[in-house]
Write a protein that binds this ligand. Structure first.
Ligand SMILES: Cc1cc2nc3c(=O)[nH]c(=O)nc-3n(C[C@H](O)[C@H](O)[C@H](O)COP(=O)(O)OP(=O)(O)OC[C@H]3O[C@@H](n4cnc5c(N)ncnc54)[C@H](O)[C@@H]3O)c2cc1C
Length: 699
């Protein structure tokens, strides 16, 4: 057993009597007892011996916390007890050690193959970009958390992927502006933090940075912000602590058990999709293909797949191969046609050029499940099982020439094998089955209190927005944190109280600068709660949560609300659409609702929509039909501040919603109107009531 620092303040002495309420699960003995929190009132260790487990200590001024969990790894006969106060380890019921929370770097975990760990309020599984991002917010909020990571540093995914080492997220260093929030619209790799040195734009000039640089960036992020990560912890099993509504136990590869009240799984999607077909053993996976170009020299290669990893692979080997063919069931989806960043990006699509400009390479439609790979000498032939059209009739089958190498690049899916069978999270349906199915608050649809972060949450916006990618999930992770702050600690969603006259300028500022709205279009929206005397502005709320706005954010919204989100036109994007054709842009304000390119859309509801309204919303709509809808006309410069096309029309919308003129007048103008009109605008009346009318100037 490992030894640790004995601190008089926290340590237990003597022989531990096992509490009675124990049971065995997964080779672990789990016991429940009552334990008080270590406070400054705790007496020295000797005197507190045994009392730490006593149920009556509160009479001596100690504070109780909820149940703690104790676990004995039977095979090693070591007892681990965790509690919110400190770490307790007892071996064979004789020696004892309590360590205060130590920085991961200082931990002596895995010495002798066993580590005792303390309870944490929050455990995040995975130190990829999303785990780090959430760790940052939890740390800033002063929460007790720990990130468990199987790799020996952060960003393990990016140490291997993309295999050909070039990210597809852009690193735009120059925008002509110094506004930091605005610039994040074009920096797709940086995580959110207050440390300005932690911007990926400062790490490299490359527009598509190297994955190695990104690994360095992520590790700097973790180190500089002193995030609490325990490395080398490969989570093998997660189960729910029996008698707590919330609370999870987590066991790693060495049998160590961690417990937490709130669990966030940020493990990414790693498990390669490997369809069954005859001869699949002849196929090499994208995940372990060699990067040695000599191996592909003068060879004919077939790649199964038509996504970014397939095309990225084709681009890499193309210069040394005879030719490369790509197979998949569906047509190639070009990102610039679909506006979905997960579709084939121009940076990877060189093979389309060589295919269409007749340079031997090619792309074929084939159902891979119907395919057989037959080894013939050192080469591989392809046969289609149900190809009735061609079988025996034609001799011009497109893939009739043998291949030297076949590579599978068919994407990845979420690993649900780490969950106990009692809490296996449901997966999404259809195309989304590679992700866990989650509610708009990022909680599993079937496992209460199990939350997800990062690319694991992409079932919510798959092929609709950017939540599967860094520039999207850095904002959904912030949203998750804000939801957890209210749910678990009763800190409402951050808000600003605005006067009616400030709403318009705030909306204009947000549509012209905000990055979260821009990146997570259709998914995150600003919500304005309109009260009798003021308005409350909440930024970047998941719009799907609108029916539950009050319970999810802690803000009352009894009456009117406005939601502003960014959206592409509903019929603008899709495989085969041509966004480059002449006349795609809408320029006349009265046709703003026909706009195709990304633009702000404002939904006004006289009352919050219900869950039922949300379910019955029209096809392709992100929200139910509102009381009033306003599209801000799309703009080529993405600058929505033209006085007439943008501002005037927005003002008219707001005046209608508020039921009075919302313009801000100078006190002098208000006074003049009061003298010359029978009525003055409400904003003038409010100013006057606040004592902001014309005052007598002392000479
Ligand atoms: C080939 C490929 C290329 C991509 N390129 C880009 C890109 O250029 N830009 C972009 O924005 N997105 C890209 N993506 C999407 C990508 O998945 C996400 O951007 C990003 O990696 C997801 O971050 P994450 O934190 O959610 O998960 P990951 O980055 O996958 O991080 C998950 C972490 O959890 C750890 N982990 C997993 N299982 C366990 C376990 N059982 N116990 C302990 N730790 C565990 C892993 O070691 C890892 O560190 C790409 C995806 C693929 C498949």
């Amino acid at each position: 057993m490992t030894s640790g620092e004995l601190t008089g303040k926290y340590s237990l002495g003597g022989i531990l009597k096992l509490p009675r309420r124990c049971h065995v699960r997964h080779d672990i003995l789990i016991c429940h007892t009552t334990f008080r929190e270590a406070t400054s009132k705790l007496e020295p260790a000797d005197e507190t011996a045994d009392k730490d487990l006593c149920d009556t200590c509160d009479s001596r001024g100690y504070r109780y916390t909820s149940d703690i969990r104790m676990a004995v790894t039977l095979s090693r006969f070591v007892l681990v007890m965790t509690c919110s106060a400190g770490l307790v380890t007892l071996a064979s019921g004789q020696s004892s050690m309590i360590g205060q929370e130590r920085h991961p770097a200082e931990s002596d975990d895995n010495a002798a193959g066993f580590s005792a760990t303390k309870y944490h309020d929050y455990i995040i599984v995975g130190a990829g970009p999303s785990g780090l991002q959430l760790g940052y917010f939890l740390q800033r909020a002063g929460r007790d958390y720990l990130i468990l990571e199987k790799g020996d540093s952060a960003g393990t995914f990016y140490k291997t992927y993309p295999r050909h080492r070039k990210l597809i997220s852009i690193n735009k260093r120059y925008t002509g502006k110094t506004n930091k929030e605005y610039n994040l619209r074009h920096d797709w790799n940086s995580l959110l933090s207050d440390d300005e040195s932690l911007l990926m734009t400062q790490y490299t000039e490359e527009f598509f940075p190297s994955a190695d640089t990104y690994v360095q960036y992520l590790n700097d992020f973790a180190r500089k912000l002193r995030l609490k990560i325990q490395h080398g912890v490969n989570v093998h099993r997660i189960w729910k602590t029996d008698d707590e509504k919330e609370g999870f136990s987590i066991r790693d590869q060495s049998g160590n058990v961690f417990t937490c009240r709130y669990l966030v799984v940020a493990t990414g999607i790693w498990v390669p999709n490997e369809p069954e077909f005859v001869g699949k053993e002849h196929v090499v996976g994208y995940e372990n293909m060699t990067l040695d170009l000599d191996w592909y020299r003068g060879k004919t290669v077939l790649i199964l797949g038509k996504g970014n990893s397939a095309f990225e692979t084709a681009d890499y080997i193309q210069p040394v191969t005879n030719f490369v063919h790509l197979f998949s069931r569906s047509r190639v989806k070009l990102a610039w046609e679909t506006h979905y960043v997960g579709d084939l990006r121009a940076v990877n699509n060189g093979l389309i050029d060589t295919y269409q400009l007749k340079s031997l390479d090619g792309v074929l439609y084939t159902d891979i499940n119907n395919m057989q790979v037959i080894k013939h000498g050192g080469q591989f032939n392809i046969r289609l099982v149900n190809d009735f059209e061609h079988r025996g009739l034609h001799d011009n089958f497109a893939a009739r020439s043998p291949y030297d190498v076949i590579i599978r690049a068919l994407g990845f899916h979420f690993d649900d094998s780490i969950f106990d069978k009692s809490i296996i999270p449901k997966l999404g349906e259809g195309e989304k089955k590679k992700y866990p199915a989650i509610k708009p608050n990022y909680e599993s649809v079937n496992v209460e209190s199990l939350f997800f972060a990062g690319t694991n949450t992409h079932s919510l916006d798959f092929r609709k927005s950017t939540g599967g990618f860094i520039h999207g999930f850095r904002y959904t992770t912030r949203a998750l944190h804000r939801l957890l702050e209210w749910r678990n600690h009763k800190y409402p969603w951050p808000s600003t109280t605005l006067r009616t006259t400030q709403v318009m300028n705030t909306l204009l500022k947000r549509m012209n600068e905000a990055s979260g709205l821009y990146q997570m279009y259709s998914v995150l929206g600003d919500v304005i709660i309109i009260n009798d005397t003021d308005t409350v502005y909440l930024e970047e709320v998941p719009v799907q949560l609108l029916p539950q706005l009050e319970t999810a954010t802690g803000h009352r919204a009894p009456n009117k609300v406005i939601v502003m989100a960014m959206e592409f036109g509903k019929n603008f994007s899709g495989p085969g659409s041509d966004p480059l054709r002449h006349g795609t842009a809408t320029t006349v304000p009265k046709d703003a609702h026909l706009a195709g390119f990304l633009h702000p859309v404002l939904y006004y509801y006289s009352h919050l929509p219900t869950d039922d309204d949300m379910l019955r919303r029209p096809l392709k709509w992100i929200l139910p039909r509102p009381t009033r809808l306003h599209h801000v006309i799309e703009d080529f410069l993405f600058d929505f501040s033209s006085p007439v096309s943008h501002v005037l029309h927005l003002r008219r919308f707001l005046d209608t919603v508020f039921g009075y003129e919302t313009r801000n007048y100078f006190a002098g103008s208000c006074f003049k109107m009061a003298m010359t009109h029978t009525n003055v605008p409400k904003t003038c009346q409010d100013q006057y009531l606040r004592g902001e009318g014309l005052t007598h100037a002392k000479s």
